[in-house]
Design a protein around this ligand. Structure first.
Ligand code: AKB
Length: 330
């Protein structure tokens, strides 16, 4: 039986994705640096504790399973990457290279292309002072990232494209089927991210729901694209399910709404009027978000595989996030 491997299983996206894949009847193998969360283990056929940098663990996984698809999410995020660029490079690049080798081996063993679904980010863009941040960027412009994380993501995008489309050195080699989404900031009611620079969005919400004060580390006027986790997971599974013949690209932007930190605060305050949210800007983290676009153009995803978010800004907070965090912390 073919299975699906999920790396970074305990992470934000991993949590939501595993539940969704399990609800669709998939047999899931989970990989994470730590023991799989108790809340997830019931959804997985098997789970491994291990590091994507460890070729031995990946070799063992590859010997015991046949994967039709691998969702590769294990990664250090942008702020963590700036704190330790060497570790970020090891995990985000060398770890991804190991996963790519696993996908290639699986394609060979199965005689069929294993899908490698990779989560990239708006961090691949690098705008500088004077560049217009308001125009939605296509997948091909301003690819001059200013963080180690963005550089790592961009490189893995290119490596995936190479192994998917160009690497034909060995006779009879079956290429991988690389598919990649560039995500904006993600907001979930279930989990909190750690080490990212868009974290202020979800952190503000969870702090307000718990009655805790929150000091937002970017300016009130900072505008970035965001998406709720439900839409992110739908985008991933929809891209994975699209027929290869429909796809003309390997890398797709997806987005839902573009809002300022002040607008997020104001909407949260309509449900949590006592929320103590103030702005105390961190120059380093502000510089990171200032290099990212205010919006991205996701028209290729819409045209080629029917992407459309279900949640606008108001709907996401009023109908989904706020009721769920209220129930969670009450
Ligand atoms: C981060 O802030 O590092 C991530 C991202 C935008 O990829 N959320």
């Amino acid at each position: 039986m073919t299975q699906i491997l999920v790396t970074g299983a305990n992470g934000e996206i991993g949590h939501a994705l595993i539940r969704k894949l399990a609800s669709e009847g998939a047999s899931i193998v989970a990989l994470d640096l730590h023991d799989i969360d108790a809340t997830l283990s019931g959804f997985c056929a098997e789970s491994y504790r291990g590091d994507v940098r460890d070729a031995e663990v990946l070799g063992e996984i590859g010997r015991h399973h046949r994967f039709s698809a691998i969702y590769h999410m294990a990664s250090l995020l942008s702020t963590s990457g700036e704190r330790d660029p060497e570790l970020a490079h090891e995990v985000n690049v060398n770890g991804s290279f190991n996963i790519m080798k696993l996908a290639r081996a699986q394609s060979g063993l199965r005689g069929e292309r294993t899908k490698l679904i990779f989560t990239s980010s708006i961090a691949v863009y690098g705008l500088r002072a004077g560049d217009l941040r308001t125009r939605p960027l296509t997948e091909r412009e301003f690819l001059t990232p200013c963080t180690m994380y963005g550089i790592n993501k961009l490189y893995v995008e290119q490596m995936g494209r190479y192994f998917s489309e160009y690497y034909k050195i060995r006779e009879g080699e079956v290429p991988i089927d690389f598919r990649c989404l560039r995500f904006p900031g993600l907001i979930s009611s279930e989990t909190l991210p750690s080490g990212g620079t868009t974290d202020y969005g979800p952190e503000m919400l969870h702090a307000a729901a718990q009655g805790k004060p929150y000091r937002c580390f970017v300016r009130e006027s900072t505008r970035l694209p965001f998406m709720v986790m439900d839409d992110a997971v739908r985008a991933l599974t929809r891209l994975a399910g699209a027929p290869r013949s429909a796809l003309r690209h390997q890398v797709y932007n997806v987005t839902s709404f573009s809002v300022t930190a002040g607008e997020i605060k104001a909407l949260i305050e309509t449900s949590f009027p006592q929320a103590d949210i103030q702005f105390e800007v961190s120059a380093n983290r502000q510089a990171i978000v200032d290099s990212w676009p205010e919006n991205v153009d996701d028209s290729p995803a819409r045209a080629e595989w029917g992407w459309a978010p279900e949640y606008s800004f108001e709907r996401a907070f009023r109908d989904l996030l706020i009721p769920k965090v209220m129930a969670r912390y009450s």
